[in-house]
Ligand binder design. Structure first.
Ligand code: AVJ
Length: 325
């Protein structure tokens, strides 16, 4: 069974994008929010990143899920609802749902993503499982979570999935607020499965975020393509370089778009013209990296206790199962 809530009117989405671009390119350093990386093309480029040999998060998480999915869901009482925040292709939630099938446990799954392509892919992936009913929500994490929580009947256990190190996009205060918000949407005994990428060598991190094939560069520059198309801007793609930086003090990889020379860019639908100096950058993403202890502390400070942690020692990636106090 597949059901999708109505898409936001595109004109409104473009107006929000215009406003955000205008405001954030006036900041110093210039910024664009990383959520705008995920339009149709950007989501496909991200799927390609997940298959790159240098980007190991997705495969590490897949290995942990394929090996441990059964114990991950075994302790959660039926009936069950899964809520996945940022569903991507839906393969991960499908692995957890598969783990229920042998015991004939049925589950309803709420998929929350801002990308229509991600929802479509995930609905197709999950649509094949008869013991699963699927509802897609094309919206932000916050709104989707609230919506899924209000639809949940009493007596149903909710498992929130926040995987793929999506938490890495939040700075520490925002990560705390967001986990607290998840906790408030839950009841005692509900659970959260959190995927977090761990600190590793700078060399490995830079290869993951500035890959030799240039897919991550394309993913990053697609932001400029999107601004050109949706806001009628005249960014010259050849005048910007992709750059990944490991900021050890903040424990994060940053993605930038660096202006190769002094230039001006017109963005008519955002009502602005933006000047760049040579070497000036637009900051487009943060990917925070954690230690295993920090992951546990994060959850505990937000009102959870950690029940179990599974770590891929090879790629340095952790899945942590938290239960709401
Ligand atoms: C989807 C946010 C987890 O930060 O690793 C991949 C996005 N950016 N390569 C990450 C991303 C560049 C990804 N997250």
């Amino acid at each position: 069974m597949i059901e999708t809530s109505a898409a936001a009117p595109p004109a409104e989405a473009v107006a929000d994008f215009a406003e955000d671009v205008r405001r954030d390119l006036a900041l110093s350093p210039k910024q664009i929010q990383s959520k705008y990386l995920y339009n149709a093309l950007g989501s496909c480029l991200f799927e390609a990143i997940c298959r790159l040999p240098w980007y190991r998060i997705t495969r590490a998480e897949g290995r942990l899920l394929s090996r441990w999915a059964e114990p991950m869901v075994a302790s959660l009482p039926d009936p069950l609802t899964f809520v996945e925040l940022g569903c991507g292709s839906g393969e991960k939630v499908a692995m957890l749902a598969e783990a229920l099938r042998s015991r004939r446990r049925s589950v309803s799954v709420h998929l929350i993503d801002i990308s229509p392509i991600a929802l479509e892919l995930s609905e197709r992936t999950l649509g094949r499982l008869e013991h699963v009913s699927v509802v897609g929500h094309r919206t932000t994490y916050e709104e989707g979570l609230r919506h899924a929580a209000t639809l949940r009947p009493s007596g149903v256990t909710m498992l929130v999935l926040f995987l793929g190190s999506n938490i890495g996009n939040f700075d520490p205060p925002a990560a705390h607020d967001f986990l607290s918000q998840i906790r408030r949407a839950l009841r005692p005994g509900d659970a959260l499965l959190l995927g977090a990428d761990l600190v590793k060598s700078e060399r490995e991190l830079l290869l993951a975020y500035d890959d030799p094939l240039g897919v991550t560069a394309a993913f990053n520059k697609n932001l400029l393509v999107r601004i050109n198309r949706e806001l009628l801007a005249d960014f010259d793609l050849a005048s910007f370089d992709h750059r990944a930086v490991w900021n050890a003090a903040e424990s994060r990889v940053e993605m930038h778009l660096v202006s190769r020379h002094a230039q001006q860019v017109n963005i008519p639908r955002a009502g602005c013209t933006v000047s760049f100096e040579r070497g000036e950058h637009i900051w487009t993403e943060n990917s925070y990296k954690y230690t295993i202890e920090e992951v546990v502390q994060r959850g505990e400070r937000a009102g959870f206790r950690s029940r179990e942690q599974w770590v891929d020692g090879d790629a340095r990636f952790a899945l942590t199962l938290f239960v709401a106090n």
